[in-house]
Write a protein that binds this ligand. Structure first.
Ligand code: BT5
Length: 320
């Protein structure tokens, strides 16, 4: 906690020095204790210079998804007002779920540097190498019916694709409903989990995994990362801050009921529309032409028989 307070001091004096005296006064600790905290921060990767007359100056921070780094000048209305950053968790979705059950407000974000049991849909695994990707979950409490919640997956994927485009210029596309692809390979996946009764959503956990600075050898078959596609590292902190901003924007649009706008934007970035696809769902497999995404976020398939099929969730495989 004291380390966070020291970092906030540095952030407020971004280009200047903070004197040891000022810090010891503000934090109520001795100047030797201030020095010890500086050593600890250095061990964590912060580059801090000390001048006998001027005090301490923060030169650079490690690219770690910490609460202090993410919240600094984060200009959002709901998403990320509160952030819990962990070094290691089983799954950020599980951690967020527990926090939601304990009554935490919507907008709370949980991040982790590493997940020991990162999850995909249907019990599948999400590969989460330490310190390379972004693994985060957001608590949402929208006043909607359970069937209206699938739109959350759509706007989360849209937020990820927009963030990749804005931060890196890479041509990210969305594979309905929950994958984001670059050059036909999966760079991100979304796991949306509901806590609901028949006619009421209590809360939703939107879990997002993105491969950012992940090297090829750490990725599963069919996966890619921003690093692999761009051949250079990006700041994970800057990336996640922009993602939180985009999530905040699309969540506001969703809450205002402007679902058609989300669907339209989603369709513009679709990797599957107008293509021949196979969709696997509920132990069934159907194939056809991906015709449309309707106003509720369902995929409309034109089957070979000429009939249309409306699919609410599933795994899409692009066919040649
Ligand atoms: C997903 O499931 O794509 C949802 C992934 C959600 C992960 C986030 S991380 C933060 C939060 N906490 C969690 O525990 N989960 C969420 P699905 O559509 O079922 O895809 C899973 C499949 O993607 C796996 O079976 C692999 O084939 C592939 N996969 C696993 N890890 C991957 C990775 N890092 N990059 C690309 N593909 C991956």
């Amino acid at each position: 906690m004291l380390d966070d307070k020291i970092l906030k001091f540095f952030k407020k004096n971004e280009d200047g020095y903070v004197s040891g005296e000022e810090l010891s006064g503000a934090l109520g600790i001795s100047r030797t204790a201030v020095w010890k905290h500086m050593e600890k921060l250095r061990d964590e990767g912060y580059e801090i210079i000390a001048s006998p007359h001027l005090g301490y100056r923060l030169v650079s921070a490690p690219d770690r998804l910490t609460e202090v780094e993410l919240k600094w000048k984060l200009d959002t209305d709901i998403i990320g007002k509160k952030i819990y950053s962990y070094d290691e968790v089983a799954s950020t979705n599980d951690a967020a779920h527990k926090l939601a059950l304990s009554g935490e407000k919507e907008g709370l974000v949980v991040t982790a540097e590493y997940q020991t049991r990162g999850r995909g849909r249907l019990g599948r695994k999400w590969v989460s190498p330490r310190g390379k990707g972004a693994y985060l979950s957001v608590i949402l409490r929208p006043d909607v019916l359970p069937r209206e919640a699938c739109m959350i997956t759509l706007f989360s994927a849209l937020s990820v694709a927009m963030t990749i485009r804005e931060e890196t210029g890479l041509p990210a596309l969305i594979k309905w409903p929950n994958d984001v692809l670059i050059n036909s390979k999966k760079v991100s996946g979304i796991l949306t989990e509901l806590n609901a009764e028949t006619d009421k959503v209590n809360f939703v956990i939107a879990g997002i995994g993105i491969n950012i600075n992940t090297k090829k050898e750490l990725l599963p078959e069919g996966g890619t990362s921003i690093f692999v596609e761009k051949d250079s590292q990006v700041s994970r902190v800057d990336f996640v801050k922009r993602l939180l901003k985009n999530l905040d924007k699309y969540y506001a649009i969703y809450k205002h009921g402007k679902l058609d706008r989300i669907v339209e934007e989603h369709k513009k970035l679709s990797a599957i529309l107008d293509k021949r696809v196979q969709v696997n769902y509920h132990n069934q497999s159907i194939s056809g032409h991906a015709l449309d995404v309707d106003k509720e976020g369902a995929l409309i398939l034109r089957l070979d028989s000429g009939f249309n099929e409306r699919v609410l969730a599933g795994d899409v495989i692009l066919l040649r």
